[in-house]
Design a binder for this molecule. Structure first.
Ligand SMILES: NC(=O)c1ccc[n+]([C@@H]2O[C@H](COP(=O)([O-])OP(=O)(O)OC[C@H]3O[C@@H](n4cnc5c(N)ncnc54)[C@H](OP(=O)(O)O)[C@@H]3O)[C@@H](O)[C@H]2O)c1
Length: 337
């Protein structure tokens, strides 16, 4: 692991907070006390933080931090170990790391349970690594731990050009899965092909159930990674092959829908819903372990790469959110300290 010379930890730090619920105008840069690492925690001096849709949900007031988590937004960072709390061994001060967080990433320092730290994969730059933990943990836990996605199967990824979509496509392709994506333009579909998608479906003017059947020779999808929830529930069930698994990780199209359960029974289908942020520290550590052994080697081989579109300095967090809100982005947007 790479090491930097340790520097003294200050008492205060710059951090982003939301002054209320709303648009990017509620984003303020403030001074906050540097957190003290508790038992089993490591204090990370943040180099960069990834922006995720959950941060925007929190800003809008409809995705509050789970109990005990920092109110400072930010679910993933990269940086260097600045201090260790009681009971932590093995992370020397100065070690370069990246981390999955329950919050607190948009700041110069964050305290993280040691089980949620990962090394910087060889060949990945310290700043770029900030864009890996959240997408890698989400994709690994949902596709491989929950849905048991296997080599040779067909995967349909909704939102293929997003942060989650690009990681899902790369990782599944690297493991011998045939990936089809949905995206909102021909240009985004081309972009997804660059990550290994065998085909793309423009969700604005094509029926993805019919197109998936054509592309897969009438097989359908063995696994669907869904971010639309209610809006796509019926079609997602229809597009599944026998023994198919639908994994719902976001509700961009609403939370309530009707479902004909007979379709699940006759085709032996499973519908799975998960969130990563609200899981216990122990459960997150299990996911992070899985990422260390299942994802990091393929990142180090070059088959999976972090997809960073743009970086903004922390003081331009509002501009970064404006850009994120515009929907123009492809891949990850990062804040640097
Ligand atoms: N449950 C969990 O633990 C968990 C963890 C991480 C993320 N998530 C969620 O996963 C989702 C994706 O995250 P992200 O970081 O990839 O966000 P992102 O980069 O902003 O991507 C959002 C995606 O939504 C797509 N989209 C919008 N309308 C669509 C439609 N009708 N059909 C298909 N795709 C549509 C967009 O596609 P175009 O750009 O092509 O229009 C875009 O690719 C977010 O909602 C996030 O909150 C959940």
């Amino acid at each position: 692991m790479s090491q930097a010379a340790p520097t003294a930890v200050p008492e205060t730090m710059r951090a982003v907070e939301y002054s209320g619920a709303g648009g990017p105008e509620v984003i303020d840069l403030v001074d906050r006390p540097v957190p003290t690492p508790a038992d089993g925690e490591v204090l990370v001096r943040v180099a960069a933080a990834g922006i995720n849709r959950a941060d925007v949900g929190q800003r809008a007031g409809n995705y509050p931090p789970p109990p005990g988590a920092s109110d400072i937004p930010g679910l993933e960072v990269s940086g260097t170990v600045a201090a260790r709390g009681p009971g932590v061994t093995g992370y020397d001060v100065g070690t370069a790391v990246c981390a999955l967080l329950a919050g607190g990433g948009y700041a110069e320092y964050v305290a993280v349970p040691a089980g949620q730290l990962l090394p910087i994969p060889a060949g990945v730059d310290l700043v770029e690594a900030a864009g890996l933990p959240e997408v890698a943990c989400t994709v690994w836990s949902n596709l491989f731990m929950e849905a048991d996605l296997a080599e040779g199967e067909w995967l349909l990824v909704h939102g293929g050009a997003g942060g989650i979509g690009t990681m899902a496509t790369q990782l599944a392709t690297a493991r011998g899965v045939q990936v089809v994506v949905t995206a909102g333009s021909g240009e985004k579909i081309e972009y997804c092909r660059g990550f290994g998608a065998v085909e793309g479906i423009n969700y604005r003017d094509e029926d993805f159930v019919e197109r998936m059947r054509q592309i897969s020779g009438d097989h359908g999808a063995d696994v669907v990674l869904d971010i639309m929830g209610a809006k796509y529930l019926g079609q997602n069930v229809d597009v599944l092959a026998k023994d198919g698994r639908l994994v719902i990780i976001a509700l961009q199209g609403g939370a309530k829908a009707e479902l004909n359960l007979a379709k699940l029974m006759t085709r032996r289908l499973r519908v799975i819903g998960t969130t990563l942020r609200a899981r216990s520290i122990e459960a997150k550590a299990r996911v992070v372990d899985g990422v260390r052994t299942g994802v990091w080697p393929v990142v180090e081989s070059g088959a999976v790469r972090p997809v960073v579109e743009k970086t903004f300095p922390l003081e331009q967090a509002a501009q970064a959110h404006e850009y994120f809100d515009s929907g123009e982005h492809r891949g990850k947007i990062l804040l640097t300290t």
